[in-house]
Design a protein around this ligand. Structure first.
Ligand code: ZN
Length: 252
């Protein structure tokens, strides 16, 4: 059985002398593991497309339940992202989150589009990496059944709390004076709340089109990351690496 699909490499593991095992996010079949035989051999026509975060047109074949890459043509390498260590590290984190949330064998056009748009933004658009990161984190949760409640305070019904907070466990906006159940809640500002509403309820094509100052962006980043880690109940090695670069930049 053959499958002709567009695919992005979410993870690569070297295998034997010249092979790789890849985790792909495919347009036709969702997440899929496959082997790429000989792709590490010099001059292999598969080499370029079997690297992390490369988007290609692929022909895969299946034999006894295992997929193998037969042919590929690279479509996007996202070079602008690849050549910047911080951006590439962030791309790897977005890929690891996607791998966690993507369902094997079940295609999701929205999830694929979100990841590709985020990589495109890191590659070519002038948004700060933290802005892409926060928007991706909140949006990917919405696509995976963790859409937060941001319309009003569930306790008193006000749509614009004077001192807005966000409850991480319940995924809900509330006022500082309207306490929620157990668990941590983080303070927001009206600007950060507006940005969160834009990300959750806005047009996905304009996902990154919001403006916050440096302080607002840092707060948005803190809230979105904490919400993702709370809901998914796990850490990410790629996030730790990204943060080590951002907190201790080598170029300063
Ligand atoms: Zn309230």
């Amino acid at each position: 059985m053959y499958l002709h699909t567009k695919a992005l490499v979410l993870r690569e593991t070297t295998y034997k002398e010249s092979d790789k095992i890849l985790t792909l996010l495919t347009q036709e079949a969702g997440r899929l593991d496959c082997s790429a035989r000989g792709c590490r051999r010099q001059g292999s026509p598969l080499a370029a497309g079997c690297q992390l975060l490369v988007w290609s047109d692929m022909v895969l074949s299946q034999h006894r339940g295992r997929w193998t890459v037969k042919e590929l043509a690279v479509d996007r390498e996202f070079r602008g992202m690849r050549e910047d260590l911080v951006k590439f590290a962030l791309g790897c984190y977005l890929a690891q989150v996607t791998e966690t949330l993507a369902v094997e064998g079940l295609p999701s056009r929205e999830l694929l589009a979100l990841l590709l748009n985020s990589l495109h933004a890191l590659d070519r658009l002038p948004y700060p990496p933290q802005q892409v990161k926060a928007a991706f984190e909140l949006r990917v949760l919405c696509l995976s059944g963790y859409q937060p409640w941001l319309e009003d305070c569930p306790q008193c019904g006000t749509q614009q709390p004077e001192q807005p907070r966000f409850h991480l466990q319940d995924g809900a906006l509330h006022c500082a004076s309207c306490p929620m159940g157990e668990g941590e809640s983080l303070p927001l500002t009206p600007g950060v709340l507006a940005a969160m509403r834009h990300i959750v309820y806005g047009d996905p094509k304009r996902l990154f089109s919001f403006h916050l100052d440096q302080e607002g962006l840092a707060l948005l980043g803190q809230v979105c990351q904490a919400y993702l880690l709370t809901q998914l109940e796990r850490g990410f090695s790629t996030l730790d690496f990204y943060q080590s670069l951002v907190i201790y930049p080598t170029h300063s």
